[in-house]
Design a protein around this ligand. Sequence first.
Ligand SMILES: *Cc1c(COP(=O)(O)O)cnc(C)c1O
Length: 482
Amino acid sequence: MEQDAIFERLLQIITNYRQQRTTDCFVDYLEPDELRQRLRLEEDRGRGDWDALFSWVEAYLAYAVKTTHPGYVNRMWAGANLPSVIGEIIVACTNTSACTYETAPVSTLMEKYMLTTMLRLVGFEQGCGQMTTGSSNANMIAMMAARNTALPDIKNKGLSGGPPLFAFVNADAHYSMDRAANILGIGTDQLRKVAVDEHGRMDTVSLERQLADVQARGGLPFFVAATAGTTVRGAYDRVEPLLALRRKYGFWLHVDGAWGGAVIFSDELRRRFLPDLEQADSFTLDFHKMLGTALMCNVLLFNRHQDVLRRVCSAGDESYIFHGGENGEIRDLGTLSLQCGRRVDSLKWFLDWKFYGQAGFAERVEHYLDLCRYAEQQIKRLPELEMAVPRESFNVCFRFRTPNGTPAALFNQNLREQMHHSKRALIGTGFVNGELVLRLLITNVNVDKPEIDRFLTAVIETGRELLQQKNSLQHNNTARRP
Ligand SMILES: *Cc1c(COP(=O)(O)O)cnc(C)c1O
């Protein structure tokens, strides 16, 4: 088959898929064993044969989750912005690495433009930044920057011999912090989880007690991360009280805005949720979450640390690949990265940015917040449902009310599975104060109030069915009793 014909066929398949991606069910769900059989992965089919190859493509699409579908409400992303999808297709067709100017000239300039734009927007001065593979990685690099800034010899001498290092995060912080503590030799025991207040925010009194305690025992409290939008509850740690503590204890202040950092596009929401962000030392934001850019698209920014990435990340002989820029300007972004090959993430960001602009992103985020408020109101109105905790921002944590004697956690877990397997909706769960809750997240441009109503109706119907089954089971049990 000619390459042109292959692309035509591909485009036809993509077009068909896109037409169905918000209709039918969000997934044709099968258990792994059955799906494995249907996919016939072992079959020798496809070697040099384009028809066979396209049959694999069709099989992939047939069982793929339609993340654009309004029933898909379980993760922090849903579908992808069309401009960024175009960017991804172009990136796949051109296939290059964004580590040198030579191999990726346009991407390098787009990434630099992006970083300058975002630094200005956040209000970081004389800063620098990088597109990374996601906020997990960004949190790790921020912690590494903090570690190597606190103890500059670490890069050469390693950890041994230095004072024990301690990092502090919200008890509900993302697990990537634990992983960072592991990778960086801090040790997960030295990652201190700070208790939260009734809003799910770090309790700064408890934090200060722990800081003082660590210091009194000869430890070095080198890193504190505020979470802007915790994963389950959507709580925003307040930055302002941390600034005073930073003056006293001298730690590095990072803000993990992977999820809720998107409020920076709206002046109103930023004032409300993230005041004082411009005072932090570093900040991470995922464009691939609330803002809808295709996975993965992240930006990590540093304040007043212009040279920090090179100082912290670059090591080893790079002379075969990197060729220094002029007048101190970095030419090859790979010099600042922990990776060698770097995927081009800048094009999809750039196309989204030009297409929607700051105003478009602001409207989107404000609209999502309105929808979350609406969802909360409806949940409070519906007798079968209840909020597990009041909503802090974008996360709606709720559950189906269960009759006395029915364990709520187990019931809601079953309800979730039942909704998934009956292809009605896929909703996330999480734990709030040790109790399982259903977590509704709205990050889908195809979702509006009618879809939220339909979703809540589906929850109620599924819950009622489960109660009926349970009653009939109990009935059977009683019937069987001698
Ligand atoms: C999603 C999330 C992360 C992880 O981000 P990835 O880009 O998926 O690696 C980190 N922190 C918070 C608060 C998150 O919500």
